[in-house]
Design a protein. Sequence first.
Length: 311
Amino acid sequence: AQRFSVLNAHNLHTVLPVLTGGVARRTGVPFVLTGHWHGEGRTAARQLLHLPYRPIAMWTARSADAVIYNSRSERTLLESQLGVHRRLVFIPEGTDLSGKGQPRRPLRCAADPDGVADCVTILSVGRLEHYKGTDAVVRALPYLPPNTRLVIVGEGSARKAIEAAAATTGVANRVVFRGSCSDEELRDWYACAAVCISLSAQESFGLVVLEAASAGCPVVVSDIPAHRDLTAFVPPGRLFFTARDGPAPLLATVLEVATDAGRLSGSSRRRADGWHLPSWDDLVDDTLRLFARVSDGRQSGSAPGRSRLRS
């Protein structure tokens, strides 16, 4: 630790920030926490683990020289659950706007092996875990036109359950699992999807939603605080909120409404029409400035309070 000017640990749902905070306290090296705090566990067992872990997480967050949060909803959780009211710094996740025009090549459709001309693609991107709600999209497919396919990018423990749901509902031939694809292929899917969907039960930011929207996709999202926060970055009419546990026919209707809204093209025009998309360059610049302030504050003998940090 003493080889560095600042220690920055991510994800307060793991023990790494706890260990880093302890090392920082012993060595006197400034400590910056990037929490990604959801406030609860994803399973009943993990929820129980939060009971003894919560005081430890609280100590870790309060001992940091600065705590980075990426959405208003995460800040609310940090304040209400961990009692962190000082040294909070807002740095949103970034989006990569390059290479998200037309797909570089035709992407094969299970219902149309010769290309995607007659296919309507619903795109789901993210880890395949139960809290992501991907199985609900599968159950909505029978209520959509037969040329509609669901493309799933990501891997995880819920894949077998999703495959079983597709087989049970008779739409296995309309569900495409792409696994962990390259950035280039992901850009292609963003560029050809008619609609993107995220039914996650919990997020600290919702990066996939913002990436898909910036690529021109209308996006159907679960009505959770982190997704509502994204309305600050996109103009009205690009995010379509729905109940995460609603009936399959209702979800199918929302997907059709979003698809009818159509795709947008031209990132410069979209920015001029009310888009306020953060970039990775913005994130890097803001983070480096924060590291410099924290380091300078320690060297001057004063901890950086609210007046020294952008809150």
